[in-house]
Design a protein around this ligand. Structure first.
Ligand SMILES: [Cu+2]
Length: 249
């Protein structure tokens, strides 16, 4: 009875602490909210098990400790306990299947296809920088290459992720999304930004000496600002191209 009360108190304290500590950066996407909810469910499911396991260990260490004069004694010869073994196999199985199932649902939801009006952006990793290509479906003209990442608020963005040299990982912590950038193949992730602001883009796979400098920023702006930024970049690159042809001719 006392043990059960202590366990309940320990579980409650654990859950409160898990909520009080801010583990993560701000949530800036729909996917971030789903992922954080999953994380909290996993923590809340893990705390009672942690308390149970640690309690059994501490109890056993104290209760079955060697007392003076018992140095040469051996433990009682016990062989198996079918009922106990069925329990400690069945309960973790059910629990794990439940949590794996829920994780699967969250991942599926995060990757779900969106309506046709989706912005496509190609992110390319190379030693040691990220660059971005906005395709004709976004620019309405030629593809736009830039070292800056702008994404529109409340609109689904689909990233095609590539690498030129070695394996990198395209990670935006505020979106809670990460995928490897692998030479020779294109990987993807999909995000719906939900918070205006500027957030770090990080390469999260050791890719060489400059790896720690391989950082960039994502600007989440309104849809109107996004389109005017793209238009501005397009006219700037058109102007640049025109002047360079002018000077060479
Ligand atoms: Cu890297």
């Amino acid at each position: 009875m006392v043990a059960a009360a202590c366990a309940a108190i320990a579980i409650a304290i654990g859950i409160v602490i898990s909520y009080l500590i801010h583990w993560f950066p701000v949530q800036a996407s729909t996917q971030a909210k789903n992922t954080d909810r999953l994380y909290h469910v996993l923590v809340i499911a893990s705390i009672p098990i942690f308390v149970l396991v640690v309690s059994v260990i501490l109890y056993s260490v104290w209760q079955f400790r060697m007392r003076p004069g018992e140095e040469l004694k051996d433990g009682p010869p016990i062989h198996g306990n079918t009922r106990l073994e069925v329990f400690w196999t069945a309960i973790p199985t059910v629990l794990l299947l439940g949590l794996v199932g829920y994780s699967f649902v969250v991942l599926k939801e995060n990757e779900q296809g969106r309506p046709a009006k989706e912005v496509q952006i190609q992110a390319t990793g190379e030693q040691f920088a990220w660059s971005y290509t906005y395709p004709p479906s976004v620019t309405g003209g030629a593809p736009l290459k830039s070292d800056q990442l702008y994404v529109p608020l409340d609109q689904s963005v689909y990233f095609n992720i590539r690498a030129k040299d070695v394996i990198h990982a395209f990670w935006i912590p505020a979106f809670r999304l990460q995928e490897d950038a692998v030479p020779g193949i294109t990987t993807h992730w999909r995000v719906t930004p939900t918070r205006l602001g500027t957030y770090p883009v990080v390469c999260n796979l050791l890719c060489g000496l400059g790896h720690s400098l391989m950082r960039s920023k994502v600007h989440v702006v309104t849809q109107q600002q996004f389109h005017s930024w793209v238009a501005g970049q397009m006219s700037a690159s058109a102007g640049g191209a025109a002047s360079s042809t002018g000077s060479s001719g």
